[in-house]
Design a protein around this ligand. Structure first.
Ligand code: NAD
Length: 374
């Protein structure tokens, strides 16, 4: 099969979908891999390295879309490119199908088989394909670095001839993939870290990283779905949570928010009043900026200064660590391709949970249960 990697065109996108290492494995398995020229440049993977790995460098973008069997990218390519793809060919990328109904209808009409890397189920068998977790882990790591960089204080305790400096106090809200990585990174930088999550199951993980778990009284024990994701809190529970967070926020130098409930807008955890009660120079990094933000004052993509507090809403953080983000995405993609391709041909067995959930459109039909149930 011909597997093609187009150059990413989205703003702020430096990652590349397949790195040379992965390509050599695909070539060994008998596939032809086409890479648009300079596709990996922004993430430090150069055309020469792709060629050495067995890829063919293509300058004609139209040919790349029109003649390939599997098109692999990070972001969904623009519609003018998708229009060139042949029926029955396969597209694999972050599709965000629920938010991009028009693109999904377009792919369905064109009879393109589209798979969403964001739709891979978070189950043990699919762990090696879970690109969202790979990217969240990077975002969590980098969020602590962004916060440290913006803070006008030390992170670690410092004992100097001029006196002792107390360590920075960091509060992490949401201790899923990104949150745990933010905790670990802030701890490595020497900060005093506390964290809160509505799933009591993560208390042990938070503590094993050396952070303190913030307790909110009387939260529903059943705050987790069967899939391990959080459920939305009842209104009275949200109020109790806000009171506790308010108290802790006043003591914090940095707050990193990562709270997410799949398919819902980001839960509001930090109100305007809480920001007003934080000290001057404090920093908030809101990882949920793309879903509207966990902080009421977040302006996605911007750094706003409110009451002398910096409120940062970074977008596409993984792209800032493009080399390793590409490496991890590429490994996740290879696992998915190995799962799909049998004897040199892509097989779509919808009895299989991974294939069923990841496939958005196939032969002009919507397959994804997530879309059908919506
Ligand atoms: P995750 O599902 O692994 O973790 C989210 C956590 O939030 C869960 O542990 C959940 O229990 C918790 N949560 C839900 N409601 C809460 C509440 N009211 N209070 C406290 N905790 C609550 O998700 P993740 O993969 O770690 O992603 C976290 C966030 O980071 C998401 O919003 C995601 O979109 C974002 N993200 C941003 C970037 C970026 O570049 N800005 C990159 C990757 C991920």
């Amino acid at each position: 099969m011909i597997i093609a990697i187009p150059k990413e065109t989205a703003e702020r996108e430096n990652r590349v979908a397949l790195i040379p290492d992965t390509i050599s494995k695909l070539v060994e398995n008998g596939h032809n891999v086409w890479v648009e020229s300079d596709t990996g440049k922004a993430s430090s993977y150069l055309d020469e390295t792709y060629q050495s790995a067995g890829a063919e460098i293509i300058t004609d973008r139209t040919k790349l879309f029109a003649d390939s069997d599997i098109l692999i990218s990070i972001q969904t390519p623009p519609e003018e490119d998708l229009a060139k793809m042949k029926p029955e060919s396969i597209l694999i990328c972050f599709l965000w199908a629920l938010q991009n109904e028009e693109t999904v209808s377009f792919l369905q009409e064109k009879k393109i088989t589209a798979l969403g890397m964001d739709a891979i189920p978070r189950i043990s068998r699919a762990q090696s394909m879970d690109a969202l977790s790979s990217m969240s882990s990077i975002a969590g790591y980098k969020s602590a670095l962004i916060a440290a960089n913006e803070l006008d204080r030390y992170m670690p305790m410092m004992m100097t001839a001029a006196g002792t400096v107390a360590p920075a106090k960091v509060l992490v809200l949401g201790a899923g993939v990104a949150g745990l990585q933010a905790i670990a990174t802030a701890k490595r930088l020497g900060a005093k870290v506390e964290a809160f999550d509505i799933r009591p199951a993560v208390k042990e993980q938070v503590e094993s990283l050396g952070a303190t778990f913030v307790e909110v009284p009387d939260l529903d024990e059943e705050s987790e779905t069967e899939g391990g994701y959080a459920k939305e809190l009842a209104e009275d529970e949200q109020e109790r949570q806000r009171q506790v967070i308010h108290e802790h926020a006043q003591q914090s130098d940095i707050i990193i928010t990562t709270a997410l409930i799949p398919g819902k807008p980001a839960p509001l955890l930090i109100t305007k009043e809480m920001v007003e009660d934080m000290h001057a120079g404090a920093v908030i990094v809101d990882l949920a900026a793309e879903q509207g933000g966990n902080c009421e004052l977040t302006d996605p993509g911007e750094t706003a200064i409110k009451n002398d507090v910096k409120v940062i809403g970074p977008l596409n953080i993984p792209s800032q660590l493009a080399y390793h983000a590409s490496q991890l995405y590429s490994k996740n993609m290879l696992s998915l391709l190995n799962h799909l391709i049998q004897d040199g041909k892509a097989e779509f067995d919808f009895e299989d949970e991974i294939t069923l959930n990841t496939t958005i459109t196939h032969q002009g039909e919507i397959i994804s249960p997530m879309l059908k149930d919506n």
